[in-house]
Design a protein around this ligand. Structure first.
Ligand SMILES: NC(=O)c1ccc[n+]([C@@H]2O[C@H](COP(=O)([O-])OP(=O)(O)OC[C@H]3O[C@@H](n4cnc5c(N)ncnc54)[C@H](O)[C@@H]3O)[C@@H](O)[C@H]2O)c1
Length: 252
C-alpha cells in the first residue's frame, strides 16, 4: 500500500457512513491521522475505533453539525489541538433531495438540502482555510455529485446545491492556489450507500444498470481512492477540477 499521505492529518465530514467512512479507511491504511466528523455519534465513534484497531491509526471522532458555524469551528479547532495541524479536508456530509420532482418540492426540502449540502460546505471551507492559510499548505476536496455537472430528473434542489458546491470549489481554488492550498471537487455517480438505498429502495439495482456505461453502481471505496489522490502530492498540479467518478455517466 502506497504511503502517499503518511503522517498527514485528514478531516472528513460525514465520516460515519458511506463514502466518508470508506475514505477514512483509505486514509488510515496509508498512514494518515484521521478525524471522523459527523452528526451521527454512534456510527462515527465506531469508525474511529475500527481505524485504531485494524490499522493502528490515530483516529478521533468529533461530533459536528455542518449547518452550525460554531460546531464547525469547534471541529477544526479540536482537530488542530489534538493532531497539531490540518493537512487535508474532505467536505462530504450530505443528505438526499427529499422531493421527487421540482413541482412537488417544498420549502422544507429546499432548506434542508441547501443548509447541509451547500451552506455546510461553505462553513467548513471557511474554518479549514483559516488554519491552512496560516500553515501556507493544505488540500480541500468537496463532495459534489454527477448532479453538480448535469441535470438529473427529480434532483433539482440537490442538483442546485451540488452545482453550488462546484462553484465554491472553483472560486476558492483560484483564490488560494498561490497561497499553497489546492481545492478540488469529486463528482460521484450512483454509489451503493445508505443514502442511495434510502432514496431508491428496490429501484436501486435496476436503476444502477442504466446509470452509466459500466452498468453498475460504484462501491464507496472507488470514490475514496479518487479523494485520497486529489488530496495527496500525487495531484500537486490539479487545481479547481470537478472530477467525475461516475462510470462514464457524464461522458455520454
Ligand atoms: N451515494 C451516492 O450515490 C452519491 C452520489 C453523489 C454524491 N454523493 C454525495 O456523497 C456524500 C456522502 O454521501 P453517502 O452516500 O456516503 O451518504 P451517507 O448517508 O452514507 O453518509 C452521509 C453522512 O453525512 C452525515 N451528515 C448528514 N447531515 C449532517 C450534518 N448536518 N452534519 C454532519 N454530518 C451530517 C450523516 O450522518 C452520514 O454519516 C454526500 O454529500 C452526497 O450528496 C453521494
Amino acid at each position: 500500500m502506497s504511503k502517499i499521505v503518511d503522517k498527514k492529518v485528514a478531516l472528513l465530514t460525514g465520516g460515519a457512513s458511506g463514502i466518508g467512512r470508506a475514505t477514512a479507511i483509505a486514509f488510515a491504511k496509508r498512514g494518515a491521522a484521521v478525524v471522523i466528523a459527523d452528526a451521527d455519534a454512534k456510527n462515527g465513534e465506531a469508525v474511529a475505533v475500527d481505524l485504531r484497531e485494524r490499522f493502528g491509526a490515530h483516529a478521533l471522532f468529533i461530533h459536528v453539525n455542518v449547518t452550525d458555524p460554531a460546531s464547525v469551528q469547534n471541529m477544526v479547532q479540536t482537530t488542530v489541538n489534538q493532531f497539531g495541524g490540518l493537512d487535508y479536508a474532505f467536505n462530504n456530509a450530505g443528505v438526499p433531495d427529499g422531493s421527487t420532482s421540482l413541482r412537488v418540492s417544498t420549502q422544507g426540502n429546499w432548506d434542508r438540502v441547501m443548509s447541509v449540502n451547500l451552506e455546510g460546505v461553505w462553513h467548513c471551507m471557511k474554518a479549514e482555510l483559516d488554519h491552512m492559510l496560516a500553515a501556507e499548505k493544505g488540500a480541500i476536496v468537496n463532495n459534489a455529485s454527477r448532479s453538480g455537472l448535469v441535470g438529473v430528473p427529480g434532483d433539482a434542489i440537490y442538483g442546485a446545491a451540488k452545482h453550488g458546491v462546484i462553484g465554491l470549489t472553483k472560486a476558492a481554488a483560484v483564490e488560494f492556489a498561490s497561497k499553497g492550498i489546492r481545492v478540488n471537487a469529486v463528482c460521484p455517480g450512483l454509489v451503493d450507500t445508505a443514502l442511495t438505498r434510502a432514496k431508491f429502495g428496490d429501484d436501486l439495482i435496476p436503476r444502477s444498470r442504466l446509470a452509466n456505461p459500466l452498468g453498475r453502481m460504484a462501491q464507496a471505496e472507488e470514490i475514496a481512492e479518487a479523494v485520497v489522490w486529489l488530496c495527496s502530492d500525487a495531484a500537486s498540479f490539479v487545481v479547481g477540477v470537478a472530477l467525475p467518478v461516475d462510470g462514464g455517466a457524464t461522458a455520454r
